[in-house]
Ligand binder design. Structure first.
Ligand code: PMP
Length: 362
C-alpha cells in the first residue's frame, strides 16, 4: 500500500497512527463486537468518547471552566448563521474583519439577520495581508466582533491579539484552519468555532467553544437546532451527533497529546512553514505574494513565473506523489497546506522536488 504526500486544504490528511488505530478498532470497538458507528449515542461507550473529547480539548487548549465545548453539525458554514442568531441583542449590530473568502461568506450570512459593520478589510489587495483594526473603531453597541484567524484560501493569519477588544465586546473567531496549531489564550475570545476536517479530525463535526454568558441570551427567535443553549443543556446529545466524526477527533486529540500537545506541535508547525517560506524567498522561480508578517503557518499559496508552468508543476508533482497542490480557484497557482498531521519529511521532500523543477524549467 502506497500513501501519497497529501497537501489538501481540507478534508486534510490524518496522522497515520490515527488511521491505523481507527482501522484496528473498526470492526469491534473495545471488544464489544460492534463498531463505534453502530452503537447508540446514548450508550456508555459513546458517552465515554464524547466526554473524553471534551476533556482533551479542555486540557490541550486550557479552556477555562466558564466555557462550554459544543459538538455541532452543519460545518463551520452553519456557524456563519448560528453566531448572529445567538449573539445578536435587540439592536442586532455586529462588526466583522473582512480578511478573505470565508469572512465574505460569514458577513453575507450575518447581514441577513442584522446590521453589519466591516471595521477593516484587505479586499482591495486581494486579501494578501491581514487587515489591522483598532478597538476604538468599534461601535460601543456592537454585539460582537468577528475575525477569521487563519485565511485558508489566501494564506494569511491573525497574530496581533493585543488588538482584540478588552472592553466586554465578545470576540468571535473562525479558527477552522488553525485551531490546535499554535498557542491560544481562549479567555480572549467569547466564542471560537472550527470545522473538524483539518486539524481536529474528519468532516461532519464542528466544535464550538463558547463563554457561558453568551449561551441562552439571544434576542432572536432562534430555531431549536440553531440555538447553542440546546447543545449546552443536553451536553451535545439533544439529538444524534456525528458519532464517528467525534470518535475520530478523540483519536486525533490523543495523538496530539501523546506527541507533546500544543507547545510541541506549534514548534513543529513553525519549523515546517519556515523551511517552505525560506525556500520561496530564495527562489527566483517560485514566489508568494502574501505580506511576510501575516503569512499563515497552515496554508501557503505560491506560484511559478507563469500559468503554464503552474499547470505543469501541478501535473508533474502529482505524478511524483505530491497530491492536492492546486491553489483555490479564486487565487490560482498552487497551495500547500501544512496542517498538524503533515510530517516534516513531507515538506522536505516537496521542497527538494521544487528545487529540481526549478532547475529544469527556470
Ligand atoms: N471557515 C474557514 C476558515 C474555512 O477554511 C472553511 C472551509 N474549510 C470554512 C469556514 C467552511 O467550512 P465548512 O466546509 O465546514 O462549512
Amino acid at each position: 500500500m502506497k500513501r501519497v504526500f497529501n497537501f489538501s486544504a481540507g478534508p486534510a490528511q490524518l496522522p497515520l497512527d490515527v488511521l491505523i488505530r481507527a482501522q484496528e478498532e473498526l470492526l469491534s470497538y473495545q471488544n464489544i463486537g460492534m463498531s463505534i458507528m453502530e452503537i447508540s449515542h446514548r450508550s456508555i461507550h459513546f458517552k465515554k468518547v464524547i466526554e473524553r473529547v471534551e476533556e482533551l480539548m479542555r486540557e490541550l487548549l486550557q479552556i477555562p471552566d466558564n466555557y462550554k465545548v459544543l459538538f455541532i453539525q452543519g460545518g463551520a458554514s452553519l456557524q456563519f448563521s448560528m453566531v448572529p442568531l445567538n449573539l445578536f441583542k435587540e439592536n442586532k449590530h455586529a462588526s466583522y474583519v473582512h480578511s478573505g473568502s470565508w469572512s465574505k461568506k460569514a458577513i453575507a450570512e450575518a447581514s441577513k439577520f442584522g446590521d453589519i459593520h466591516i471595521i477593516a478589510s484587505s479586499e482591495e489587495q486581494q486579501f494578501t495581508y491581514f487587515p489591522s483594526f483598532q478597538v476604538h473603531q468599534l461601535n460601543e453597541n456592537t454585539n460582537y466582533l468577528h475575525i477569521t484567524t487563519n485565511n485558508t484560501i489566501e494564506g494569511t493569519r491573525f497574530t496581533c491579539t493585543e488588538e482584540l477588544p478588552k472592553n466586554g465586546i465578545p470576540v468571535v473567531a473562525d479558527m477552522s484552519s488553525n485551531i490546535l496549531s499554535e498557542e491560544l489564550d481562549v479567555s480572549q475570545y467569547g466564542l471560537i468555532y472550527a470545522g473538524a476536517q483539518k486539524n481536529l479530525g474528519i468532516a461532519g463535526l464542528t466544535i464550538v467553544i463558547i463563554r457561558e454568558d453568551l449561551v441562552g441570551n439571544t434576542g432572536v427567535d432562534c430555531p431549536t437546532m440553531l440555538n447553542y443553549e440546546t447543545y449546552a443543556k443536553a451536553e451535545s446529545l439533544y439529538n444524534t451527533p456525528p458519532t464517528f466524526s467525534i470518535y475520530m477527533t478523540m483519536l486525533v486529540l490523543e495523538w496530539l497529546k501523546e506527541l507533546g500537545g500544543i507547545p510541541e506541535i506549534a514548534k513543529r508547525n513553525i519549523e515546517k512553514a519556515k523551511i517552505f517560506y525560506d525556500f520561496l524567498d530564495t527562489s527566483s522561480f517560485f514566489s508568494s505574494n502574501v505580506k511576510k508578517a501575516d503569512r499563515s503557518l497552515m496554508n501557503i499559496p505560491f506560484t511559478t513565473v507563469s500559468k503554464e508552468l503552474n499547470s505543469l508543476f501541478i501535473q508533474i508533482a502529482e505524478q511524483e506523489g505530491f497530491y492536492a497542490l492546486k491553489g483555490h480557484r479564486s487565487v490560482g497557482g498552487m497551495r500547500a497546506s501544512l496542517y498538524n498531521a503533515m510530517p516534516l519529511d513531507a515538506v522536505l521532500e516537496l521542497v527538494a522536488f521544487m528545487k529540481q523543477f526549478e532547475e529544469k524549467y527556470a
